[in-house]
Design a binder for this molecule. Structure first.
Ligand code: 6PG
Length: 228
């Protein structure tokens, strides 16, 4: 792990990571809104961030200045429980005062290629993001960037097929798009992530390692994932 670019803080457990992440998100929002009158955030998919999203509800985060994007999406119908956009709506976006035009889901129901092309057009004018949130998979993937896959250097959004984590068809922001941010926060919790986190720490060239280095990420990890 490139300690010069990535900072790591180990917290007691997943709840502590969620609470701290919520505080960091609110602080990032306040900085962005004070400076630019808006807060452009990229939400992470998966389950790890959902507790943090829930901890945001009830806070006065300047919701009407938020512009919400997604780091990746599964190619499923918009109302499918596996959609990251639906999980985020249930945990946060549907529970705070935010108008539909503030939320930019990836149109993954169009299929990988069409959705990737459309979303690249959506995010290009929004760069740089103020905050990018990311999780990490048990194999060291992040967003839907998986180990061993060629990562398009110049694209902003890529189609993903035959993903090792179901569903097989996805859409993902690339390292270039994810790193186009003022701040990046990576959340890693649970014993299942221990091996990948250790490999990352030991310098393995994993997707999370590349993205976190490029984004000068802050990493919040719990003791279980850190192997402490
Ligand atoms: C996805 C996510 C993915 C996720 C990691 C961790 O669509 O699956 O974007 O990158 O962040 O797989 O998932 P958990 O937080 O559920 O462990």
């Amino acid at each position: 792990m490139d300690q010069s670019a990535v900072s790591v803080e180990t917290l007691a457990n997943a709840d502590a990571v969620a609470r701290r992440a919520a505080r960091e998100i609110l602080a990032s929002a306040a900085r962005a809104i004070a400076a630019r009158g808006r807060f452009r955030i990229v939400l992470a998919g998966g389950t790890t961030p959902l507790a943090a999203y829930g901890d945001l509800v009830g806070g006065d985060a300047g919701w009407d200045a938020w512009e919400v994007y997604f780091g990746d999406e599964r190619c499923l119908p918009p109302d499918d429980a596996g959609r990251n956009s639906l999980a985020a709506a249930r945990a946060l976006l549907g529970r705070v005062r935010m108008a539909p035009h503030q939320i930019h889901p990836i149109p993954a129901e169009l299929g990988p290629e069409l959705a990737a092309a459309a979303y690249a057009r959506t995010i290009e004018p929004a760069l740089p993001f103020d905050l990018v949130l990311l999780g990490m998979g048990e194999d060291g993937h992040t967003a839907s960037l998986f180990p061993g896959r060629v990562m398009a250097a110049d694209a902003l959004v890529v189609p993903v097929r035959e993903a090792p984590k179901p569903p097989p068809e996805r859409v993902s922001l690339t390292p270039r798009a994810l790193a186009a941010c003022r701040e990046m926060l990576v959340l890693v919790t649970g014993a299942a992530k221990r091996q990948a986190f250790s490999a990352w720490r030991n310098g393995e060239d994993l997707p999370i390692a590349r993205v976190a280095r490029a984004g000068r990420a802050r990493v919040l990890v719990d003791r279980e994932a850190a192997g402490e």
